[in-house]
Structure formats: structure tokens, C-alpha cells
Write a protein that binds this ligand. Structure first.
Ligand SMILES: *Cc1c(COP(=O)(O)O)cnc(C)c1O
Length: 463
């Protein structure tokens, strides 16, 4: 008898499903542990990553051994960002139903480029699009493209705006590029997110030739001090400053942009979801005046990574900017998602977005947004009561905190990060180093917040 071929072994793995069972058991252990374990990996866990350092193997490995390596040495070297005491960056957790739906969809391994490749992916993109327009209270007919994240969404929005503005000036940027084109102006708040600069660089609009509108103490653009707008302007406003959580005055900026014939894009990576809450919707007043919006479902909404959305008021403008044609890409007259995004082949991320929205419903989104924000308030109040300085108006889910001196702030943050009790990141705010707290996981409880306040106190105490 000859040894079974590699392909035969794979068929065996498919049939007996033991690998999927093994993955399920490992995942279950991880989930059970994730609410209890130290938030940051230990030095020992980091050292364990050596297990992966090997030259490209000559021989195939068994699926069982692969999962053992991941579970044994990979899982311990994760940040426990699915638990309740991870407050780093603006990283959401993951809803159980969305995680399970993603597992299932991963076994389908659908390519969401064209409707003909995956009717279910096309269907759920269509459903998500209409649900998002409803939830976020955007203009009827707004189109959604499903992308990796807000960085890409913003790039898509600005590319579309660039092409539309130039087309109105009788220039076809898609065909002829920017060489010799009428110059566009780009107007940003002084605290626009780093991903915006990246998009402008890639798009040939330049990171450095932007006109900056000064920001107030919360990081909001000051509308009165914005450069005068005209129909050569791409304007970018923020629904949620990545540090303070502050929202630009979208009603004022939207009116200015509309009157001038400028293109307004709103970066709402985590803040756009404020529209789903009666208590926080006022922050989004005027957002419907924009031409395009970007959002991340993997932040506030707690969908799995990577799940970003580009929303554009004019569907044909978005598809004109992003479509690709080839003889084998026959237009189906159905929803072909690739024409609303940069990618061609891509994950069917609308499946887990659909599961996320279905698992929450309108009421669940509101509950989630309100809970994140009230926990941020509780965190800020708890820290202020302990003598920490809270430096921002806590209008959403972000809190910026400092100790008496810059050195004390940095030392305290380093000890918090090592403690494993909770995890927060850093930023520089109005010239001073700060501890940056983002309450972004559905799993955080009031106990988690109170315990984290105690971790701050303990970290500061070890002077
Ligand atoms: C996170 C964030 C981005 C970038 O989003 P990615 O999904 O990481 O690409 C852009 N803008 C703001 C305000 C953000 O919070």
C-alpha cells in the first residue's frame, strides 16, 4: 500500500471534520479565558513566539499541529481585546453572533467581487446598504461599498470627490490623471486623522499642500476660521476626533460646502454610529449634507475585523471612480460589489456585518452606543475623583487623562500597560502626553471600568 497522497489527506480532514472540532475547542478555551486573563501578554508569552521562527518547512504539517502551535503559542501573545478591559486605540470587541456567522461564512469562502460569484454576498451587501442608510439617517439612495476599513473608505470617498469636482471643471481625471488638471484645493481640520494624509498622498492630491482649518481645544474644526470654500474644494470633516471623540460642526460645515459647490467627506470611523442613538444623534446633526462618509463596523459596532464602509450619496459617482472592466467581468445588472470598492477579489465581509446588525437590531445599536458612552463618562468621573486630570469633554467614548506631570503620566501609562489589569494607549494632546482611553467593546461592564480606575490608581501609586 502506498502512503496516502497529500490531497487524500486533505479530503480526510474535510470529511472527518476533526480539525474544525479542534478549532472550536481551542476557541472556546480562548473565549472562557479572555474575560479573566491579563489584558497584555506576559514577557513569557511574547518569548513563546519563537516557536514560529523557522525556515520555510520542506514538508507539509498536519492541521492538528498547526492548530496546536497557534493555540499554544499564538493565543497567549494576543492582546485580550475581546474582553472588557482593553481600551487601546479605538478597537472594538466582537459580538458572539457576528463571530459565529463569520466562522460559518469562512467555510463558504466566498469571493464577493461579483454577484455571479456569490449571490448570498451580493444579497447581504444590498441588505446592509439599505439598513445602514436607515440606521445612519443618510439620504435615500446612498450607496455603500464594503471595504477593509476607514482608511480605504476615505481613500474611495476622496477619489470619488476628486473625480466629480474635476469632471465639473471639464476634466476627466479617470482617463487623463492629474497632470495638467485644474488644481483642486483640499481643506482639512488641523486634527484630521493620519489616514487622511495617507489617502491624499496616494491620490496625488498631496499631504502637504492642504489648507488646514484651525481646531479648537477639543480638536473640532472652527467653521469661522475655515478657508473660504469654492467648487474646487474637497473638504474633510470628522464625526469623532480619534483622541477626544469630539465631532466637527457638520451642520455648519455642510452648509458652507453645499453653498460653495465643494465635495464634503465625513470621516466617521467610530462616530458615525452616534446616529443610532437618540441620546447622541445630535452630534451628527448636518451629517446628511455631506457627499460621502466613511465608517468602521469593526469599531463601535463590534463587528469582526476587517469591516469598513464607504457611503456615497451618488452611486454612479462612486462606481465611475472605482469600476474596472474586462471581457470576463460582464456587468450582471445585479450588485457587483467590486465596482464600489478598490478590491476585486475580496472577503464577503457583508455577511458578518449583516449578522452584527441583525444581532443588535436598532435597539441593540442604541444600547451599545449608549453603554460605551456612559462607561466613558464613568471612567472619566472615577479618574477625576482620584485626582487625575481629564483633559477632554467626554462627549462620546473617548477619554484623555493625565497625571500631575508629563513624566508621571508616561510612567503611569507604562505601568498600566504592564499590569495586565487593563490596557490603554497614549497620545499627545495640546502638547502634552496623555493616556488615551477608548471604551469600544460591548463586553465592558461597570465592574471593568471601576477595576480599571483602581489599576490607574495603583499604577500612579508606585512612584
Ligand atoms: C480608526 C480611524 C481611522 C482609520 O480606520 P481603519 O479602519 O483603521 O483604517 C480613520 N479615522 C478615524 C477617526 C479613526 O478613528
Amino acid at each position: 500500500m502506498t502512503a496516502p497522497s497529500l490531497q487524500d489527506r486533505m479530503f480526510d480532514q474535510l470529511r472527518d471534520q476533526r480539525l474544525l472540532d479542534q478549532a472550536r475547542v481551542c476557541a472556546g478555551e480562548y473565549l472562557d479565558d479572555s474575560l479573566r486573563r491579563p489584558v497584555a501578554p506576559s514577557a513569557q508569552a511574547r518569548a513563546g513566539l519563537q516557536a514560529f521562527r523557522e525556515a520555510l518547512p520542506e514538508e507539509p504539517a498536519s492541521g492538528e499541529d498547526i492548530l496546536k502551535l497557534l493555540h499554544g503559542f499564538g493565543a497567549p501573545a494576543t492582546l485580550a481585546s475581546t474582553g472588557g478591559r482593553y481600551f487601546g486605540f479605538v478597537n472594538g470587541g466582537v459580538l458572539p453572533a457576528a463571530l459565529a456567522a463569520k466562522w460559518l461564512a469562512d467555510t463558504w469562502d466566498q469571493n464577493a467581487a461579483l454577484a455571479i460569484m456569490s449571490p448570498i454576498a451580493a444579497e447581504l451587501e444590498t441588505v446592509c446598504e439599505s439598513w445602514l442608510v436607515d440606521l445612519l439617517q443618510l439620504p435615500a439612495g446612498t450607496a455603500a461599498g464594503f471595504v477593509t476599513g476607514t482608511s480605504t473608505a476615505t481613500l474611495c470617498g476622496l477619489a470619488t470627490g476628486r473625480n466629480v469636482l474635476l469632471k465639473r471643471l471639464s476634466w476627466d481625471a479617470d482617463a487623463d490623471g492629474l497632470f495638467g488638471a485644474p488644481p483642486l484645493r483640499v481643506v482639512l481640520g488641523a486634527q484630521a486623522h493620519a489616514s487622511v494624509g495617507k489617502a491624499l498622498g496616494v491620490l496625488g492630491l498631496g499631504k502637504a499642500r492642504v489648507e488646514l482649518a484651525p481646531a479648537d481645544a477639543q480638536g473640532r474644526m472652527i467653521p469661522e476660521h475655515m478657508p473660504a470654500l469654492d467648487d474646487h474644494c474637497l473638504v474633510l470633516a470628522q464625526a469623532g476626533n480619534v483622541n477626544s471623540g469630539a465631532f466637527d460642526d457638520l451642520a455648519r460645515i455642510g452648509a458652507l460646502a453645499q453653498n460653495a459647490g465643494a465635495w464634503l467627506h465625513v470621516d466617521g470611523a467610530f462616530g458615525l454610529w452616534a446616529a443610532g442613538s437618540a441620546r447622541h444623534r445630535h452630534l451628527m446633526r448636518g451629517a446628511e449634507l455631506a457627499d460621502s462618509w466613511s465608517a468602521d463596523a469593526h469599531k463601535t459596532l463590534n463587528a469582526p475585523y476587517d469591516c469598513g464602509i464607504i457611503l456615497c450619496r451618488r452611486r454612479e459617482a462612486l462606481t465611475e471612480a472605482l469600476q474596472a472592466s474586462a471581457s470576463y467581468l460582464l456587468g450582471s445588472g445585479q450588485r457587483d460589489g467590486m465596482h464600489l470598492t478598490l478590491d476585486m477579489s475580496r472577503r464577503a465581509r457583508a455577511i458578518e456585518l449583516w449578522a452584527t446588525l441583525k444581532a443588535l437590531g436598532r435597539r441593540g445599536v442604541e444600547d451599545l452606543v449608549d453603554r460605551l458612552c456612559s462607561h466613558a463618562q464613568r471612567f472619566a468621573a472615577g479618574l477625576a475623583a482620584q485626582g487625575f486630570r481629564v483633559l477632554n469633554e467626554v462627549v462620546f467614548n473617548q477619554v484623555l487623562v493625565a497625571c500631575a506631570t508629563a513624566e508621571a503620566t508616561q510612567a503611569t501609562l507604562a505601568r498600566i500597560q504592564q499590569s495586565g489589569e487593563c490596557w490603554c494607549g497614549s497620545a499627545v494632546w495640546n502638547g502634552e502626553p496623555v493616556i488615551r482611553i477608548s471604551v469600544c467593546s460591548w463586553a465592558s461592564t461597570e465592574d471593568d471600568i471601576d477595576r480599571s480606575v483602581q489599576a490607574f490608581v495603583a499604577a500612579r501609586g508606585e512612584r
